[in-house]
Design a protein around this ligand. Structure first.
Ligand SMILES: NC(=O)c1ccc[n+]([C@@H]2O[C@H](COP(=O)([O-])OP(=O)(O)OC[C@H]3O[C@@H](n4cnc5c(N)ncnc54)[C@H](O)[C@@H]3O)[C@@H](O)[C@H]2O)c1
Length: 259
């Protein structure tokens, strides 16, 4: 086990499965005490698996779009471990709909978790980070909305683009307290959520220069780096982890050059 995050306490929202589980696993594997916050009871199994592997991890069943849920997560981190050093707002909901068919409830469901939930959990953790004069916030964004567009995901894209603006503005406010905030923007990563749309996988791969979808560990590694002391001079930035997906000026020419 590496000790990059030894003695640090981390909160990972949406850590029961997918990218969040990989982030929790990576941070705990590097010595952090991890609190997973998720609506899914399977978060308990994730925490148990991390603990069985020699890490320190607790699960709090909480809705991170509600201040009451977030307060219980913060209480668990502080009560059990006494600090909050790393915050990874990662929870999101997927709810595909064309704008013309989207009702207010569809919009709110995605924005409440994916954008307002990020604000709420950051706000809840900042007082402790300010007291500590130390903090690393690494938000899971997306290329969708922030870098590229996608049909059926205007609400999701708005949340993910909003996160980047939120991080830039917040970075300026918290820098004086030795707190950094950055965004990791994955492309198409193989997760449980992604497995619900197997019919789309090949079309994704066709547009990815590295010719495969990403693994959750490849996102978690970047999150773990931005949460570490090695990233102490990086703030207000976003980094794309997408196998080169948004890079090609002309994909057919790229494919032609490769063959
Ligand atoms: N999978 C990808 O290809 C991909 C690409 C770009 C960005 N992302 C981002 O990565 C993050 C994780 O995505 P994933 O693919 O692992 O999705 P996922 O659905 O597998 O995991 C999301 C987790 O968030 C939890 N969650 C949802 N609403 C919650 C709430 N109100 N309170 C607490 N927990 C809640 C879910 O229960 C789930 O465990 C998201 O922010 C997503 O937007 C994923």
């Amino acid at each position: 086990m590496q000790d990059t995050h030894a003695g640090r306490t981390a909160i990972v929202t949406g850590g029961a499965q997918g990218i969040g589980r990989a982030i929790a696993t990576a941070l705990a594997g590097a010595g952090a005490n991890v609190v997973i916050a998720d609506l899914r009871d399977s978060g308990a199994l994730t925490a148990a698996a991390i603990t069985a592997a020699g890490g320190e991890c607790r699960f709090v069943h909480a809705d991170i779009s509600r201040p009451a849920g977030i307060d219980r997560v913060v209480d668990e981190a502080l009560g059990r471990y006494g600090s909050i050093d790393i915050l990874c707002p990662n929870a999101a909901v997927f709810n595909r709909s064309l704008v013309v068919d989207m009702d207010e409830a569809d919009w709110d469901a995605v924005i409440d978790v994916g954008l307002k939930g990020v604000f709420l959990v950051v706000k809840a953790c900042l007082p402790q980070m300010i007291r500590q004069r130390r903090g690393r916030i690494v938000v899971t964004g997306s290329i969708t909305g922030a870098k590229v567009g996608q049909t059926h995901n205007a609400h999701y894209g708005a949340a993910k683009a909003g996160i980047v603006g939120f991080a830039r503005c917040t970075a300026l406010e918290v820098a004086q307290h030795n707190i950094t905030i950055n965004v990791v923007e994955p492309g198409n990563i193989m997760t449980e959520a992604m497995m619900t749309v197997p019919q789309l996988h090949q079309s994704f791969i066709d547009h990815i220069p590295l010719n495969r979808m990403g693994a959750v560990e490849e996102v978690a590694a970047v999150t773990s780096f931005l949460a570490s002391d090695a990233a102490s001079y990086i703030t207000g930035q976003s980094i794309v982890v997408d196998g080169g997906q948004i890079l090609p000026e002309n994909l057919p020419l790229l494919r032609g050059a490769a063959s």
